[in-house]
Design a protein around this ligand. Sequence first.
Ligand code: BTN
Length: 321
Amino acid sequence: MKTSTQVLKLLIDADTYLSGQEIAQKLNLSRTAVWKAINTLKEAGYQIEGKPRVGYRFNDNNKLSEAGIRKYLASDLDLDFEIYDTIDSTNTRCSQVASAQTITKPLVVIADTQSKGHGRYGRNFSSPKGSGIYLSILLVNTDPDFNPGLLTTAAAIAVTRTVEKLLHVDCKIKWVNDVLVDNKKITGILTEGVADLENQLLKNIIVGTGINYLTDPHTFPDDIKDRAGSLIEYVQKTGISRNQFIAQYLNEFFNLYPDYKKAGFMDEYRKHSNTIGKDVVINRSGQITTGHVATIDNEGRIVLSSGQIISSGEVTKIRGI
Ligand code: BTN
């Protein structure tokens, strides 16, 4: 581990001031090496507060860091991380890793900005710098009956739980898996599979999540600005950093993942649904269906009051909303 990373980790874990002398002793470094490491960290954007005759303290500002995330991560979670200032897409990076190597534990790829963030139906996912959460989880898959729809739903529930616990604001879920706050979409989730051509199995799964966290709503592109929302108001009220939010989301996701096929979270999903009991228009690759949503079943499918069951598509209109 680099000296500056060691110093950062120590300061993050300490949660209080540590003198240069203490840091030097704990890490077996010279005082000059500590001073240099602190400067390196400051130059990289970490907020390290220095108080004369007291020492240094880490302030969790908006800078993404592995140590900042690990501080809040459940101790039994064994994950690898890659964190980028900028990348084309965290989902694309995961599929490159999956094609190049065999991973043995989940890899979490996070970026401060994406130049080619993408969503469902090949749409762009606007990913401005320094404000959103752009995160992909690369999973090892051994299940021939992997259920992408249900796993995406589990991820939506993990986002909902995280927002409600940390930011104290209620979420709704628009079928299939758009998480809404104040009636606007704050999160999109895209699950992709990486095929193993030899045995026709999906050898890896990528769950990509984009969250408009501190995003200025004025920066949303014209085509989405009426539907897109941001958590900025609630983040500023609570002061929860991106690192802490990400850690909690991973805790929630990996809590649900082992049993996601049992769909134990579907009651919670139905409680949060803004689609059940409404008249809707559903677009399935250009095929339009209208109807009244009686419920959403444990497979995550819409059950219309006509009896018709719809397993995929996009709700384009909800009457009364
Ligand atoms: C959607 O709403 O259509 C899904 C959007 C998914 C966006 C996330 S951001 C992190 C990851 N990287 C991507 O390129 N896409 C997903």
